[in-house]
Design a protein around this ligand. Structure first.
Ligand SMILES: *[C@@H]1O[C@H](CO)[C@@H](O)[C@H](O)[C@H]1NC(C)=O
Ligand SMILES: *[C@@H]1O[C@H](CO)[C@@H](O)[C@H](O)[C@H]1NC(C)=O
Ligand SMILES: *[C@@H]1O[C@H](CO)[C@@H](O)[C@H](O)[C@H]1NC(C)=O
Ligand SMILES: *[C@@H]1O[C@H](CO)[C@@H](O)[C@H](O)[C@H]1NC(C)=O
Ligand SMILES: *[C@@H]1O[C@H](CO)[C@@H](O)[C@H](O)[C@H]1NC(C)=O
Ligand SMILES: CC(=O)N[C@H]1CO[C@H](CO)[C@@H](O)[C@@H]1O
Length: 466
């Protein structure tokens, strides 16, 4: 099972959305299309939620080109970064199944009494819009199973707007599972409980493990039937729709740039890249002629560090969709198996390597693949000198990854010094057949006090049936 998750991941670009078990959103059964004709689900109903004091704005909307076509008609979009798209409210009754108190208080500056307000559950699930919100679906491309798949885009997510909190942090607020967009292709725009619970729990857990990640405010479960084939064997079953409200510093990803290079929209590419650098890589001078090279090296370093961190807490990315993979606030999705039971067999020591390195595990390889794709996307904006400089930077990735991985593993095992022997012990541990679940549950230190805050609200007073 673990291998299955790994295999998919290995052959897919982290910039792509993959069809993955319960992540699967393709509807083979006509009954899932009936909703299209049920007007009560449509956005003419969407009202503003004035009672929840969360005012959103949209810097993105002013800075980046918007699709001129309106409505959620499935289409190929040109020369724009976003399309306006209204969420489709979930069928009521709705159950607020979980809330992260840390996100509520410390990111969104909300008093926890707001969750008692009936409006809250509609506002965090797309039934009503926060003041100032202009829901957008992002146009991006990417690779699926290693091959360029063209336009993908937010097929079941809506970017509601951005919130600048008391601390001055800017967070982009997004709904996942909130209905069709112009990028839904054959999907139904919905998410089921299984994947939504994973997203909610894993992102909050990763945060409290100290790993950079997107965050999740809430999980809302509805009575809306969603048809899925969870075992991919032709048995379509009825599940229930759920929406997660999640946050990141930015939801851009490598595929956001890739699609613009692929379609030759180089002016839009430059606009988007300059925006990302200005907003999220503030230490890069906007007039630096080498700014794209510096950007590339930053993203590369962050990617290597992030994946080493994942490996050190036993996290398997599993799904091939890494929203703004290491570009900004780093986000991830989860395979059905969450934590790895064993490491990838390719991850073995290379004994002939005098530097004591190991071959790179699958996740680290996917990181490298992504960085190659990022470099391809940047290529039209680079001089030939800058390109060869960037290619040199790309070659440094394995070393940065290994060094960080070793630091983290040594800390985990309690090695104090900096001895060459340490590497052999780590190599040995990775090679022997031990249960990594047992290993990590004993080694991983969670800030358990903070973690309890999350669980405080889970299934709060209400039972989620099924
Ligand atoms: C939250 O709101 C309640 C009720 O309005 C109020 O009594 C409480 O003091 C507020 N808490 C904070 C931290 O503002
Ligand atoms: C598909 O797999 C599930 C779980 O193993 C099983 O319950 C179901 O009967 C299978 N369906 C078919 C058509 O094989
Ligand atoms: C859709 O799937 C459901 C559940 O498997 C089934 O009851 C229904 O007959 C299917 N409808 C069509 C049109 O195939
Ligand atoms: C690489 O990234 C890590 C983690 O964010 C950071 O601590 C480190 O300073 C970075 N190194 C360079 C050379 O930018
Ligand atoms: C091991 O490392 C050496 C030196 O870097 C390299 O030449 C060799 O191909 C590597 N072997 C394997 C199996 O990766
Ligand atoms: C690893 C990581 O998350 N790096 C950066 C992500 O983006 C934020 C804000 O843009 C930076 O502060 C982090 O250093």
């Amino acid at each position: 099972m673990t291998k299955h998750g790994f295999t998919l991941f290995l052959f897919s670009s982290a910039v792509a959305i993959a069809t993955f078990r319960d992540e699967q959103e393709f509807c083979e059964n006509e009954s899932c299309n009936e909703r299209e004709f049920d007007k009560s689900h449509f956005y003419s109903d969407v009202k503003h939620c004035g009672e929840i004091p969360l005012a959103l704005s949209h810097k993105l909307l002013d800075a980046l080109p918007l699709d001129e076509v309106d409505g959620n008609v499935i289409r190929t979009v040109k020369r724009s970064v976003f399309s306006e798209s209204q969420p489709s409210p979930l069928k009521e009754p709705l159950t607020l199944a979980a809330v992260s108190q840390d996100v509520l208080r410390n990111i969104l500056d909300l008093n926890e009494s707001v969750i008692q307000n009936e409006e809250f559950v509609r506002c965090v699930s797309g039934g009503k819009l926060f003041p100032g919100s202009v829901p957008l679906a992002h146009r991006y491309g990417g690779h699926q199973f290693g091959y360029w798949a063209g336009q993908l885009g937010d097929g079941r997510a809506h970017l509601l707007g951005e919130y600048t909190n008391r601390k001055g942090e800017r967070w982009e607020v997004q709904l996942k599972g909130s209905g069709k967009t112009p990028y839904s292709r054959s999907g139904d725009g919905r998410a089921v409980i299984r994947s939504s619970v994973r997203e909610f729990l894993c992102s909050e857990a990763m945060h409290f493990l100290g790993v950079p990640t997107s965050r999740a405010l809430s999980l809302v479960v509805s009575e809306e039937p969603v048809w899925r084939d969870p075992f991919y064997n032709g048995s379509v079953i009825k599940e229930r729709g759920a929406v997660v409200l999640r946050l990141a510093k930015s939801w851009f990803r490598i595929g956001s740039l890739e699609i613009l290079t692929r379609t030759g929209e180089l002016d839009v590419l430059r606009t988007l890249l300059d925006f990302v650098i200005k907003e999220h890589f503030k230490s890069i001078a906007t007039n630096d002629p080498d700014k794209y090279v510096v950007f590339f090296s930053r993203v590369l370093n962050e990617t290597a560090h992030l994946i080493a961190h994942w490996m050190s807490v036993g996290f398997a990315h599993g799904v091939c969709n890494t929203d703004n993979f290491s570009l900004l606030s780093i986000t991830f999705h989860y395979g059905p198996f969450g934590f790895m039971e064993s490491y990838d067999p390719n991850f073995v020591p290379n004994t002939s390597d005098d530097e004591g390195r190991y071959s790179i595990g699958a996740q680290a390889n996917v990181g490298l693949f992504n960085l190659q794709k990022l470099l391809e996307a940047l290529k039209p904006l680079l001089t030939s000198d800058q390109l060869s400089q960037s290619q040199q930077i790309l070659r440094e990735y394995p070393q940065i990854y290994h060094q960080r991985f070793h630091e983290l593993f040594k800390a985990k095992l309690g090695f104090l010094g900096n001895e060459e022997k340490d590497s052999y012990v780590i190599a040995f541990l990775l090679k022997v057949n031990i249960s990594w679940i047992v290993f990590f549950s004993n080694c991983t230190i969670i800030n358990s006090y903070s973690f309890l805050f999350i669980f405080y609200y889970i299934f709060n007073g209400q039972t989620v049936r099924s």
